[in-house]
Design a protein around this ligand. Structure first.
Ligand SMILES: Nc1ncnc2c1ncn2[C@@H]1O[C@H](COP(=O)(O)OP(=O)(O)O)[C@@H](O)[C@H]1O
Ligand SMILES: [Mg+2]
Length: 261
C-alpha cells in the first residue's frame, strides 16, 4: 500500500536519512512501503530538531496510524504516524467539525489528518495541564506526533484490556477523578474504554486522544455518556460495584466537591 499524494516529494525523500535513522530492516521496509515521501521528510525534520535519533520498531499497527518506539540518548519516545490515504477521514471530521478550537479546517483528506494530529497534541497538552495522566506531548508536525513512551525498561505498557488492574476499585476512583478533571477542562475524551487505557506497572495512563472534543461540540454530551457507559461496564466486570448511573454521579459529585472548596 503506497500513499503518494505528491510523487515529487517521494523523489525528494531523504533516502540516506532513512538508512541511518532506521537500522532495523523490517521497520525501514514498513516506512518505505506505507508512508509517502512527505511523511518520511517530516520524520526527518523531527529527528533533525533533536526529538529522537533512531526510529527503532513498530509498537502497534492501527487503522488510522502506526506507533513506533524511538530512541534519543538514553530515552525512549513514542512516534505516532497517521496514515493519510487509508484514514477514515469522514469519521475524523465528525470529531473536528463542531469543535470551536478547530474552526477553519478544510475538507481534504490531508488537511483533515493534519488537523487531527494537531488536535491530538493539543488534547494531550490540555489533559496534562489539567492533571490527567496521559503521555506527555513533545512535538507534532504534519501527520506525526512525538510523545512520552509509556512503558517500563523500554517495553511498551500493555492495555488495561490485556492486563487488567490488580486493584480495580482504586483505579476506578482515579478514573472518576480524571473524568471529573476532563469535565472541568471542558474536553470529552470520546473513546474511553479498556483499549485506550494503559496499565503501566499499575499506573493508569489514558491514551488515544485525537478524537477528544470540546464540551461545546454538539455531540459532547452523547460522547461523554458513551465513555461513562463503556467504563462503568468494564469496571463492573472487574468486580467494582458500579453501573452507568453510579459512575456518572460519582464524576459529577467530584466536580461539585471541588467547586465548593
Ligand atoms: N505513548 C505511548 N507509549 C507506549 N505505547 C503507546 C503509546 N501510544 C500508543 N501506544 C501503543 O499503540 C497502540 C495504539 O495507540 P492508540 O493511540 O490507541 O491508536 P489507535 O487505537 O488509533 O491505533 C496502543 O494500544 C499502545 O499499545
Ligand atoms: Mg486506541
Amino acid at each position: 500500500m503506497r500513499e503518494i499524494e505528491n510523487p515529487k516529494t517521494r523523489e525528494r525523500a531523504p533516502k540516506k536519512f532513512v538508512e541511518t535513522i532506521i537500522k532495523d530492516d523490517n521497520t525501514r521496509r514498513i516506512f518505505n512501503d506505507v508512508f509517502d515521501g512527505a511523511t518520511i521528510a517530516t520524520v526527518h525534520e523531527l529527528a533533525r530538531k533533536g526529538h529522537f535519533t533512531e526510529v527503532e520498531f513498530l509498537v502497534s499497527v492501527g487503522k488510522e496510524g502506526n506507533v513506533f518506539r524511538c530512541k534519543g540518548g538514553n530515552n525512549y519516545y513514542a512516534l505516532k504516524i497517521y496514515k493519510i490515504e487509508t484514514s477514515n477521514f469522514k469519521h475524523m471530521q465528525d470529531y473536528i467539525v463542531g469543535d470551536e478550537r478547530f474552526k477553519n479546517v478544510r475538507k481534504s483528506k490531508l488537511e483533515t489528518v493534519i488537523a487531527w494530529t494537531k488536535k491530538e497534541f493539543r488534547n494531550l497538552s490540555e489533559f496534562t495541564k489539567a492533571g490527567i495522566r496521559v503521555p506527555t506531548p513533545i512535538a507534532f508536525k504534519r501527520n506525526c506526533l512525538v510523545m512520552e513512551f509509556i512503558g517500563k525498561d523500554g517495553e511498551a505498557a500493555p492495555t488495561a484490556k490485556n492486563k487488567p488492574f490488580e486493584e480495580p476499585e482504586k483505579q476506578y476512583k482515579i478514573m472518576c477523578e480524571y473524568m471529573a478533571k476532563m469535565v472541568e477542562a471542558k474536553i470529552v475524551h470520546a473513546d474511553l474504554s479498556e483499549y485506550n487505557l494503559l496499565n503501566n506497572g499499575e499506573e493508569l495512563v489514558i491514551i488515544d486522544c485525537g478524537q477528544a472534543v470540546s464540551t461545546l461540540h454538539p455531540k459532547a454530551q452523547e460522547f461523554f455518556e458513551r465513555d461513562v457507559l463503556n467504563l462503568s461496564k468494564w469496571f463492573s466486570k472487574l468486580g467494582v460495584e458500579t453501573n452507568y448511573e453510579k459512575m456518572y454521579s460519582e464524576i459529577k459529585k467530584r466536580k461539585t466537591k471541588k467547586a465548593e472548596n
